[in-house]
Design a protein around this ligand. Sequence first.
Ligand code: 13P
Ligand code: SF4
Length: 305
Amino acid sequence: MHTAEEWMEKIIRLKESRGAVILAHYYQIPEIQDVADYVGDSLNLARQAAETQAEVIVFCGVRFMAESAKILNPDKTVLLPVSEAGCAMADMVTAEQIRTLKQEHPEAVVISYVNSSVAVKAESDICCTSSNALAVVESIPEKREIIFVPDRNLGSYVAAQTGRDMILWPGYCPIHNELTRDEVEACQREYPGAKLVVHPECTPEITAMADAVSSTGGILEYVRKCPDREFIIGTEEGFLYTLQKNCHDKTFHIARGGFSCPDMKLITLPLLADCLERNQYPIDVPESVRVKASQALNKMLAIRP
Ligand code: 13P
Ligand code: SF4
């Protein structure tokens, strides 16, 4: 049995010997965030993956994030330490369903949230994350019809903010979608005066109550700049570690107990060490879909909000 420090030392040794970079999402457990080279939201991590010089990219997050890294780096080894770490929302739409929608709306532009499969990205014109969804929608000429997949909550939020009428796919994140008005109000009664900051994967009822709605990266920026000192956070609980680490003088409360994405919690220090030692699990994307998906992803990366 190693201590957490010993595992971290081992991981750093292995990482250096393999010329690897470790990217981790904000929802990862604290030890994984601490050992990573970069911790970020989906957009920042995709940018890091696109720009890294490292030969091996270890992605501590969920499959669609590691797949995006592979789409952008076909000649590099991209490893996901736990093969079954997926995203329930990404599984809610298939490429076949998008092809049908495109037949029904042949003039429409298809925007896919990055929380989607490679095959879905390959059927899309452009991708977005929750950081740049507004800018991506605003980049589409006014007259063009827009199909937005798979998150109906992010889609509704962006539609309301931009005034654009969009065809929304009925997907959702089961973790964010579950947050209710009653839970938020109970939290507000407990912490009166605290600012409510939520992720746009929450329902329209919740985003309408919030003082700020943003991606994880956007929430971090907001709380850093905000003169207030107490916040209720409506997103996955792993992110509170990041917030507290970056803002020592502020207090954060999770909007609901058990606000946890089980897939984001699968990667542990021993599994990360195994991943580097045994080269597991490499992401493989068929070249024909990769090329099409990379066009949609690169179009998104070219937009600077
Ligand atoms: P961010 O891009 O805001 O990090 O969100 C990713 C995600 O999966 C939210 O559930
Ligand atoms: Fe997917 Fe929701 Fe987990 Fe994010 S929190 S990875 S959207 S299931």
